[in-house]
Design a protein around this ligand. Structure first.
Ligand code: AMP
Length: 270
């Protein structure tokens, strides 16, 4: 009788043990699947920081072309609004021409709307946020915004293109040409064009007309730099306080070197 009881207990314990082990194996598999699914949904947003002319647009162009990044640039969005004569375009036209900042309410609404659209349509894709934040207030607004549920799938990092001297930027910007095609907006330096290209002033990518931006005049450039430099330090402090990882890139070198430094730091190989 005792022998039968012991055998029964052992069988029950064995069945119980097998059940627990199978349950744990299944639970781990399911849990792994959930984590993988969540990771696959995540997009990384890189907030681009750097003075006007530090090379944010050029780095973005390369990453769009070679790494399929998305690009959300407040400057490009405003220029698009101006070209298409929207209500926003009419409000910001003169401010932009003078090199002044557009008010926070207009910028913030526009960024929230555009960012939500990009996130909804491009899961898993990395994107650059370029031109925002430009002030410490905008940095605080952005840090609060990314906590909203609609942006919960965003992994956020900052990329700081730093320059040892502002003379590099003044020189770059006074030589800058931009494609006037609103869907292209590729940038060139007049110094890189030969005489035939200078006479034609045609974009190599889309055939659009190359123009000088109305705010790329020396006075407007210096004004933009003054405004920007005051803010940059405080913005970086806010990001550090919020534990946003910051990737630092020396922006005084060649565009290709800056790009290679970036891909290496984010662990990509192209
Ligand atoms: P960008 O192409 O980034 O140099 O921007 C061109 C112009 O758009 C700036 O000089 C500002 O007038 C306006 N702008 C762009 N982003 C912002 C922003 N975050 N806050 C205020 N104004 C902005």
């Amino acid at each position: 009788m005792i022998k039968i009881d012991t055998a029964l207990i052992m069988i029950v314990l064995l069945v119980l043990g097998i059940s627990i082990v199978s349950y744990l194996v299944m639970y781990r598999k399911e849990n792994k699947k959930c984590i993988q699914a969540e990771l696959q949904q995540k997009s990384t947003m890189y907030i681009l920081l750097g003075a006007p002319g530090a090379g944010k647009g050029t780095l973005s162009e390369r990453c769009i072309e070679l790494l399929s990044f998305k690009h959300l640039s407040t400057g490009n969005l405003f220029r698009h609004h101006i070209d298409t004569n929207t209500a926003i375009g009419q409000k910001v036209k003169e401010l932009i021409k003078a090199g002044s900042l557009v008010s926070d309410d207009i910028v913030v609404d526009m960024v929230r709307e555009e960012l939500a659209a990009v996130v909804a349509n491009s899961a898993q894709q990395s994107l650059f946020l370029d031109g925002f934040p430009r002030t410490v207030e905008q940095a605080k607004i952005l840090l609060a915004m990314i906590k909203e549920p609609v942006f919960s799938n965003l992994d956020v990092k900052a990329v700081h293109l730093w320059l040892p001297s502002i003379d590099i930027v003044v020189d770059r910007l006074t030589s800058r040409l931009v494609c006037s095609n609103k869907d292209c907006q590729a940038t060139y330096s007049i110094k890189d064009l030969n005489d035939v290209e200078k006479a034609a002033m045609i974009c190599k990518k889309c055939g659009g007309k190359l123009i000088k931006r109305s705010d790329d005049e020396v006075d407007a450039i210096r004004k933009r730099l003054e405004i920007y430099q005051q803010a940059e330090k405080e913005i970086i402090e806010q990001f550090a306080l919020a534990n946003i990882p910051i990737i630092r890139l020396d922006a005084s070198g060649k565009a290709e070197d800056i790009y290679q430094n970036f891909v290496q730091q984010i662990g990509m190989t192209k």
